[in-house]
Ligand binder design. Sequence first.
Ligand code: C2E
Ligand code: CA
Ligand code: CA
Length: 730
Amino acid sequence: MSDPTDDLAVLQAILDLSPDLIALSEFSGEVLYVNPAGRSLVGLDHLPDTDILTTDMFFTVRGLLVADEVEASLKTQGHWRGLSELRHHRTDVAIPVAVSAFVIESHDGIPGKIATIIRDRSAGKRRDKELQAVAATARQHAAEQQALAELSRLAVHADLAQLMSAAALAAATLLGVESAAVVHQAHAGDATLNVLAASRTLSTRASIPAGNHSMAGYALQHNIPVICPDITTEDRFDTATMESLEMRSGAAVPVPFASSEHWGALAVYGYEPRMYSADEMSFLAAVASVVTSALKRVELDRQLWLKSMHDALTSLPNRTLAYEFIDDALMRNHTERSHVALLLLDIDDFKIINDSLGHESGDRALVRFSERLTDAVGERGTVARLGGDEFLIMYQNIDGPDQAEDYARHIISKLSAPLRPGDGPIPMSVSIGIALSEPSMSRRDLIHRADLAMYRAKDSGDGGYALFDRDDLYDADRVRSLSIDLRNALAAGDLRLHYQPLIQISTGKIVAVEALARWNHPERGPIEPTEFVAVAERTGLATALGSWALRTACAQAVQWRTFSDITIRVNVSALQLRNSAFPDDVAAVLRETGLPPEALGLEITETVWVSDTARVSATLAALGAMGVALLLDDLGKGYGSIAYLDRYPTFECLKIDRSYIAELPGERAEAVVSAIVMLAIAFDVTVVGEGVENQAQYDALAAAGCHLAQGFHLGRPVDAERTTALLRQA
Ligand code: C2E
Ligand code: CA
Ligand code: CA
């Protein structure tokens, strides 16, 4: 095989096509040949013919530093390898190179020549630089990630101010600028932005104009990131603020919050004009989004807090929050002449309502009630729901009891205003206990007083209000001990019934008697029926009291009916009507005593809640079907409605409350009474005027066309014996 390099054309091609510089020179330094790649590398299109070219002309000063070493090495070892630096002939740019030089011995003893192969390293250098840049970016990126991680941690745990400061600091530090700020526009349209956090030279006291009057305002208003490389060329917004702070450049990103609303901006400022890269802007955006997440977290916390402080059903402040309000108000209330007034409000008979309506409708009724209550109270007081059907209304700066009582009266009248048809059942009868603070009174005592007054308001029976007085402290104990004693009295048969006659006006004859319970307490003496009936209803004794009265009255009536054709009337508590077993109990009593149903009348005090409950109407219907007469008692006393007569055709009789009779004779009362009588006649029901205390009242009732009358004037309630005597006389 022949050596291809024997062919000179092959050697020439190698020299011509080599990408590396290949040169031949004398030991003297004179350059004899440079191949085309070499010539183009150093910017020599061709070798000048005339001038002698020496090797040192090819190198930079730095490149020549190795010259001595090269010469020595070539002389002693015949070759050298190392790094050096060429110089471009036209541009003087240094070209880093790798050099391999060796001596080519001549055969004939003439000193040899030096061949040099030089490779351009600048491509490699560039790559190094790129690699370094990449490494720097990676380091920057890592630092940014770390900063963001730290901020995110703060966003979860720290308070907002701390997070904002950290965000501003991170933005300034990682971008290497002078300062940064988190700004917030409290209300859309505000002229200035609040600086919530600032790093370094900026201060939170600085005020930054909104809108196009500042960089941050601009970013916020347009909801876009903004880069301002140099304020001298800025024409989108006013740079006066930046100028006054000696800032030349800046960038800002919006801090979004609550999506629709522009919350604020994160801005960085530099002393020097500079560009802000896409990477830097996305870092700022990331910091801004951490601030957003912290805002969301704080908002969520606030909502959770609000939730924990508010009643889920009605959204009113709950007991916890109400207590805070009271504590606050008591703390602020120092003077003797100004008071905190608490109105404790309880819906009458709500337990019954709720049990009979079912909890869902009960809940709906409560929600509607709370709306009505809030309306009735208005701006002046604070309404809270303590739980169940108990509400609290707090007023501050109250002059005295009169003012508080005015508020209570106002609430009661507003609540009892008739509803629009189709509103469904809403409780309208309430009891309110009022207590006024005294200097240095505790919240606990104040609430306790309102509570006691509330019980008295309930006891008074007609859904009113009561102002605390010192006797109430003793009354609370009274209810408790009366309840115990009443239970024992019922068991021991210590209660009695008295009977009051009802007179037929047209004939003057006794047609019925009403049974009224009497309790002569062994220590306390006679207890008012309204009081012990209320105690019974509040302490679970209503059914026991009611069935005792019914059984006793029916048994007594059977005896009277052996010589008289009177009927008997028994009062029934609203609580008994809610009991679905009630019609069966009545039937059992009739069966056992042998009283015919038509001889029994049940007097039902009209309360709002007699209406609209399915169970009550079923009970009323069942009683009606049995042939028992139903009477609507106390018409006009509380919230009254003759509409019941329409809704419950089972009522056969109604009693005009004695408050109307008391005003007889008199123009207004006469008008009311005759209106009721006319209506009653239209509905084909019997009308009773009760509480007739004199002949004039009796005559007025007679003139109005009233059917029956009852009252002290016609006969006081007396015991069974005396009633027997009365009936025998007739
Ligand atoms: P009520 O059903 O309206 O009974 C009529 C009340 O008016 C009775 O009071 C009676 O004594 C009184 N009264 C009758 N005529 C006159 C009069 O001319 N002038 C005045 N000022 N008062 C008159 P009493 O006996 O104190 O009963 C009060 C309330 O207690 C009754 O009002 C009734 O709601 C309730 N009550 C009495 N007994 C029972 C009972 O056995 N069961 C239930 N659930 N409630 C009862
Ligand atoms: Ca009655
Ligand atoms: Ca009555």
